[in-house]
Structure formats: structure tokens, C-alpha cells
Ligand binder design. Structure first.
Ligand code: SAM
Length: 226
């Protein structure tokens, strides 16, 4: 089976589990080549529904998690998105496919922050190779500070586990009516995924499910242990 066939099979399985329901997310998952975002020796596992190691102790999330987060964020053409935790760059590419589909008249943009320089370089290379570099800006730094220069954002996606549901700087960088998707809980994998909608001064919070993410390390996250 070639990569495209494997990708289709994965998407069919996510649809049958009712994880993938939205047409635009299904389309993006069918298009973005996950095998281009994983290390060469993991390419053959790229379309299994599991996280994979990307080096420096970090992982690319399982595809069902990418799909769920994209669906809950209600990503649409034109959205300006902040992602914290670029990792491989795959999730940023998926988001780009949703906010800036081909021939879009109002393309959105993804700003994505990663704390490990080595991963920043790899993600930039993969995004360039797949053509998503046009709509994705990769930034090296502490994502718990957000990226005030381009704020406010329509959507904020955090892909590492935070000690708090709304790290302070992100509160102000989300547009009124915007959505934050964030795993929060303990550093050692006992966490929940939350969807938080900003309504004026209020933040409507919905707990989605238990999850396991690597920790968010930074000023408004956990302390580094390395
Ligand atoms: N979204 C990624 C992908 O598609 O491959 C997967 C992200 S991985 C589960 C979490 C990432 O968050 C790791 O690469 C980690 O280095 C990064 N990270 C942790 N704390 C961070 C912070 N404060 N700022 C930026 N990146 C951070």
C-alpha cells in the first residue's frame, strides 16, 4: 500500500469512529502528507493512529488527536491561528490547509512557536518541502508568552500540557469570541483536553476527554527539568 492509500485508510477509520466529522477537516487530513513530517525511519508508521518520536524527547501527536483538535477549534478559511508547540510542523500544516485552502481569496495564517531549536529547523524544512511555508510562520521561543506581535488570534491551539487552563498571556491574545484548545493538568500525563471560548470577560470552558501530552515548559508553564 502506498502512502496515499494508507492515509485514506486512516481517514476512513477516523470517520467510522466519529472522530472526523467535518468535511473541511476530512479534506485536510486526506491532503497533508504526515509521512513528510516524521523522521525517515518512522515513515512506514506515519499512518498508524499513534504518536511517534520526533527527537529531543518530543512527539508528533496521534492523528485522532490532531483531527479532534481541528474539529473543536472550528477552523475556517481566513482564521489567524497561534499554535504553541510546533513539534514536527504537521499540525500547523493541517491548520494551514483549513484556514488557507488552495486559491483562497482570504487566506488565513498560522503562527507556531517551538522551544527546541532543532525541531524548529526540522519543521521549517518539512513545511517548505510540502509548500505550507507560505501560510505558516515558525517562531523559536517560549510559547507560554504567546506572540503579542501578531495578536489577537481567532484561535489558539496548545499542543503540550499546561499546568493551568488559560496561561495568562494567552487570555489577552485571543479575540473576543475566539476559541482556545488546550490540554491541562499534571506534568506526568494525567491531563484533560479543554475547549475554552472567550465571551467578553468570560471564558466558557468545556472538558472534552482525558489525554496524555508532553509538558508545556516555560514562564507560564512547568519548570524545565533539563
Ligand atoms: N503539534 C506538534 C506536531 O504536529 O508535531 C506536536 C507537539 S508535541 C506533542 C509538543 C511540543 O511542544 C514539543 O515539540 C515541545 O518541545 C513543545 N513545547 C513545550 N513547551 C513549549 C513552549 N513553552 N513553547 C513552545 N513549544 C513548547
Amino acid at each position: 500500500m502506498n502512502f496515499e492509500e494508507k492515509r485514506k485508510k486512516l481517514v476512513e477509520s477516523l470517520k467510522s469512529r466519529e472522530i472526523l466529522t467535518k468535511q473541511n477537516v476530512i479534506r485536510a487530513m486526506l491532503i497533508v502528507p504526515r509521512h513528510k513530517f516524521v523522521p525517515k525511519d518512522a515513515e512506514s508508521s506515519a499512518y498508524m493512529d499513534s504518536p511517534l518520536s520526533i527527537g529531543l524527547g518530543q512527539t508528533i501527536s496521534a492523528p485522532h488527536m490532531n483531527a479532534m483538535m481541528c474539529e473543536y477549534l472550528e477552523l475556517k478559511e481566513g482564521d489567524k491561528v497561534l499554535e504553541i508547540g510546533t513539534g514536527s510542523g504537521y499540525h500547523a500544516a493541517l491548520c494551514a490547509e483549513l484556514v488557507a485552502p488552495e486559491n483562497s481569496k482570504t487566506p488565513g495564517h498560522i503562527y507556531t512557536i517551538e522551544r527546541h531549536e532543532g525541531l524548529v529547523e526540522n519543521a521549517k524544512r518539512s513545511l517548505k518541502e510540502t509548500g505550507y511555508d507560505q501560510n505558516v510562520t515558525v517562531i523559536h521561543g517560549d510559547g507560554t508568552l504567546g506572540f503579542p506581535k501578531e495578536a489577537p488570534y481567532d484561535k489558539i491551539l496548545v499542543t503540550a500540557a499546561s499546568p493551568t487552563k488559560i496561561p495568562l498571556p494567552l487570555r489577552d491574545q485571543l479575540i473576543d469570541g475566539g476559541i482556545l484548545c488546550i490540554p491541562a493538568g499534571s506534568k506526568s500525563f494525567s491531563q484533560n483536553l479543554y475547549i475554552i471560548r472567550k465571551q467578553g470577560e468570560h471564558f466558557d470552558t468545556t472538558k472534552i476527554t482525558g489525554v496524555r501530552f508532553v509538558p508545556l515548559i516555560g514562564k507560564y508553564g512547568f519548570e524545565s527539568s533539563d
